[in-house]
Design a protein around this ligand. Structure first.
Ligand code: RNT
Ligand code: ZN
Length: 414
C-alpha cells in the first residue's frame, strides 16, 4: 500500500473522497499576481513605488523586462500545482518600437504580448488599473482628487482599463476580473471626509459608464484600512466599498491585509456570500500591518479556504494572491505562496464539513472541538504529494533545487 492509498482509506472513513478533492482542486484557478516578480515596478514608468504600499528588501535578480518577467512566471508555474490565471497591472503594458501611451490612453494592443503569452499557456487574465507610481497622482489622490485634471486623467485610465479587461476576456475565452483599488487618503486628520468619497463615487460612476459585458468582465472594488503615509483617512474604506458594490451590483474584493490586525477576512466571507453573487479575495499575509509577506500555511489562510469550501462557493469566489517580498528570491516567493494557497484549499477539501456542521447544530461542541483538533494531524501531506505528482510538479521540498539552479543560471546573471 502506498502512502496515498493509506491516506485515501483514512479519509474515506470520515466520508471524504480524496479523488474528488484532487479533481476539484485541479479545476480551481488561482490568479497569480505578476507584481511579485519585479517589486511592483512595471514597465511603463520608472517612478518609485507609491500609493502607501511598500516592497522592502534588495534581493538580486529581479525581472526588469517583459521577457524576464515572463520567464520567471514560467519557472514559478512549473513548480506550482493546479490551474493558474495571470493577474496583470496596467503598469505592465508592453510598448514596442519606441511607442508609448500614458495611463489614460493605453489600449488593448499594448497588452497583445501578454495575451499571446496567456493563450499559449491556456491561462485566463485578470487585470488591475494602476492608480499609483505615476506623476498624475497628486497629493496622494487619484479618483478622489479635487483637481479636475487629475481626477479626469484617472477616470480615463479606468475607462481604458475596462476596455482592455473586455479584450482579455474575449481573447482568452475566460472571464476577466478587473479590480479597482485606489490609494487615496490623508496622513493626518482630514477637514472634510465627505467630499473625497463623493468624488470617488462620481469617478467610479463615470468609469462604469463604459459599456461592458457582465458575463465577461467582473469589476471588483478593493477596500483598505490605511496605507503608509496615509494613516488617518482612506477614501476607499470598507464601508464605502461595500456600499458602492451594493449600489452598482459589482463585486466586492477583500484583501486580508486591509483590516485592523484582529479582524479576519475568514469571518467576513459568509456575510458577503449571502449578499453577492460573486466575491473576490487578495490572499496575502500582513505582519502587524499590510506588509504583504509571502502567504504561509497558517491558520487564517486555512480558515479562508475552509469558508470557501464549506460554503460550497468554489465557483463564486475569485481567488488571487497579492504580496511582494523583495528580500528573498522572488520566484521562490511566488512558489511558496501559491503552493500554500493550494495546500490550504486541499486541506479544506479534505475536511468533513457536513459532519462538523451537524455537531454544531446538535450543540455537541465538545465532540466538535475534539474532531477539529484530530483532523489537524490527518495525512494531508500524502494527498498533497500525490496531487503535486499528478500535476507534474516537484513533490515536497525538491522544488527548491530548481530555484537554486535557476538562480545560478539565470537570476544571478541579471
Ligand atoms: C494595495 C492593494 C493592491 C495592491 C496591488 C499591487 O494595498 O492590496 O491590491 O497590492 O494592486
Ligand atoms: Zn490587494
Amino acid at each position: 500500500m502506498t502512502r496515498y492509498e493509506y491516506a485515501k482509506d483514512l479519509y474515506a472513513k470520515i466520508g471524504i473522497d480524496t479523488e474528488a478533492a484532487i479533481e476539484k482542486l485541479s479545476a480551481l484557478p488561482i490568479s497569480m499576481h505578476c507584481w511579485q516578480g519585479d517589486d511592483v515596478v512595471g514597465f511603463d514608468s520608472k517612478e518609485a513605488l507609491s500609493g502607501g504600499i511598500q516592497t522592502t528588501g534588495n534581493y538580486p535578480g529581479k525581472a526588469t523586462t517583459p521577457e524576464e518577467l515572463m520567464a520567471d512566471i514560467d519557472k514559478a508555474c512549473s513548480l506550482i500545482p493546479g490551474k493558474k490565471k495571470l493577474n496583470l497591472h496596467a503598469s505592465y503594458a508592453i510598448f514596442e518600437g519606441g511607442e508609448f501611451a500614458d495611463r489614460d490612453a493605453i489600449e488593448p494592443k499594448h497588452f497583445a504580448k501578454w495575451v499571446e503569452y496567456a493563450k499559449e499557456r491556456g491561462m485566463g487574465i485578470d487585470f488591475n488599473p494602476t492608480f499609483f507610481s505615476h506623476p498624475m497622482v497628486k497629493d496622494n489622490l487619484t479618483l478622489s482628487s479635487p483637481d479636475e485634471e487629475v481626477r479626469t486623467f484617472w477616470v480615463n485610465h479606468g475607462k481604458a482599463c475596462l476596455k482592455i479587461a473586455q479584450y482579455f476576456a474575449e481573447e482568452t475565452g475566460v472571464p476577466c476580473v478587473m479590480n479597482i483599488w485606489i490609494p487615496d487618503g490623508y496622513k493626518d486628520i482630514p477637514a472634510d471626509r465627505f467630499s473625497p468619497r463623493a468624488r470617488f463615487k462620481k469617478s467610479l460612476d463615470e468609469i462604469l459608464e463604459v459599456p461592458y459585458d457582465k458575463s465577461k468582465v467582473y469589476i471588483t472594488l478593493e477596500s483598505k484600512v490605511f496605507g503608509i503615509g496615509l494613516e488617518s483617512y482612506t477614501v476607499g474604506s470598507a464601508e464605502f466599498s461595500l456600499s458602492y458594490v451594493n449600489y452598482k451590483g459589482i463585486t466586492p474584493l477583500m484583501d486580508n491585509g486591509h483590516y485592523h490586525p484582529t479582524e479576519v477576512v475568514s469571518d467576513k466571507i459568509s456575510s458577503l456570500l449571502l449578499f453577492n453573487e460573486k466575491i473576490a479575495l487578495h490572499v496575502t499575509r500582513g505582519v502587524r500591518w499590510d506588509s504583504d509577506h509571502v502567504v504561509i500555511f497558517d491558520d487564517e489562510t486555512k480558515e479562508i479556504a475552509k469558508e470557501i469550501v464549506s460554503n460550497d462557493a468554489l465557483d463564486r469566489v475569485f481567488i488571487a494572491t497579492d504580496y511582494f517580498d523583495a528580500s528573498i528570491n522572488r520566484v521562490a516567493a511566488w512558489v511558496i505562496g501559491l503552493r500554500n494557497v493550494q495546500k490550504a484549499m486541499l486541506n479544506a477539501l479534505l475536511t468533513p464539513h457536513a459532519m462538523l456542521r451537524d455537531l454544531q447544530d446538535s450543540a455537541n461542541t465538545t465532540k466538535l472541538l475534539a474532531l477539529q483538533e484530530e483532523l489537524k494531524t490527518y495525512p494531508l501531506a500524502d494527498v498533497w504529494n500525490e496531487y503535486c505528482a499528478r500535476c507534474g510538479v516537484p513533490v515536497g521540498e525538491s522544488w527548491f533545487e530548481e530555484i537554486e539552479k535557476y538562480e545560478a543560471k539565470v537570476l544571478s546573471k541579471r
